[in-house]
Design a protein around this ligand. Structure first.
Ligand code: PMV
Length: 330
């Protein structure tokens, strides 16, 4: 299936004509605790494995979309973007999946709470917010699973940004991807806090799609990855069910390190970490050795996301200045 065919299958007979002036939506950033790394279908963003994330409550993307005749117009954080920017082109290719005819343009105004393209999953919240806004504009009333599938066609990890709290993205087995979507877990961990540590807000040099493809094709360690994810997911599920913060932190940190190790072993190497990332990782290990409940995870960029507990937030903020703390279940 192509992306256009998948979108058509999903939307069925639903109209491509607005039923209101504009659609407005919010979607949260999600941080993977057990990572998605590797696609079994590049066009449809179908993953090799399941993955598990936590949504960051009020931190994410706010998007307004309306229709106009002519080329798409995109603003990012209030700034109009030239149509030839990579960001605007990626949005337009996604809008191609839903527009009524080639000249049916959209005006998209999107605001991110986090730096764009710096490994803080802005594409996930961005495509999830845009999908919800389009659903509202056209009055589709898509089911949660269908919203997740449509968002996934924009960015894989967006499949998980359509719900709050812990979300499991099931890889599915179908070639058309209709069983590959994110589902929220009922369990909560009220005291969990996520600390965002921005080491560098620069755009990453290598996007996650080519990085995944190179890792899967050339890293001798990739063969071990799917099995590792399976056992890490089992451990993470058990930790969440038991409300065991430390067990969840341990498996999240180990899974992130395994993902980066697999990437580093690619030929040529895929390395997202900077010297400052390593220094921050070692600071976390020092604090933990002193008894502080803190773990880290790192996505396809140099920045760290720290997992800690509510009662530890003040002490952690003193030890690591510049943290932005989020309460995912608040
Ligand atoms: O959805 P993408 O292409 O931005 O890939 C996300 C990949 C990671 O953030 C590194 C892992 C994940 O599961 O989110």
């Amino acid at each position: 299936l192509t992306r256009a065919e998948a979108a058509r299958a999903l939307l069925g007979g639903r109209g491509r004509v607005p039923v209101r002036e504009a659609g407005h939506a919010f979607a949260p950033v999600n941080i993977a605790l057990v990572k998605y790394w590797g696609k079994r279908d590049d066009a449809l963003n179908l993953p090799v494995t399941d993955s598990l994330s936590i949504a960051l409550a009020g931190i994410g993307t706010r998007t307004t979309v309306s229709r106009h005749e002519g080329p798409d117009r995109v603003t990012l954080n209030g700034e109009p973007l030239a149509a030839d920017t990579a960001f605007a082109q990626r949005l337009s290719r996604y809008l191609d999946l839903v527009r009524a005819h080639p000249r049916a343009g959209y005006q998209v105004d999107t605001r991110n709470d986090v730096p764009t393209g710096a490994g803080l999953a802005s594409s996930a919240s961005g495509f999830a917010a845009l999908t919800r806004a389009l659903d509202q504009l056209h009055g589709w009333n898509l089911a949660p699973s269908a919203l997740s599938i449509l968002a996934r066609l924009g960015s894989g990890s967006a499949a998980r940004s359509v719900a709050d709290g812990f979300v499991r993205w099931r890889a599915g087995t179908r070639d058309d991807g209709m069983d590959s979507y994110g589902e929220p877990l009922a369990a909560r961990l009220e005291d969990l806090r996520i600390g965002l540590l921005t080491v560098s807000a620069d755009e990453k040099a290598l996007g996650s799609t080519p990085a995944m493809a190179r890792t899967r094709a050339t890293s001798p360690l990739y063969a071990a990855w799917p099995g590792l994810v399976e056992s890490d997911l089992r451990q993470a599920d058990a930790a969440i069910a038991a409300g065991d913060f430390h067990a969840l932190g341990r498996v999240a940190e180990a899974n992130a390190l395994a993902m980066h190790a697999t990437c580093i072993a690619a030929r040529p190497a895929v390395l997202f970490l900077l010297p400052a990332s390593l220094a921050a990782m070692q600071a976390v290990w020092r604090l933990r050795a002193e008894g502080m409940p803190v773990y880290f995870t790192i996505d396809a960029g140099p920045n760290l996301k720290l997992l800690t507990l509510a009662q530890n937030v003040a002490a952690l903020g003193t030890a690591i200045p510049g943290l932005r703390i989020v309460a995912p279940f608040a």
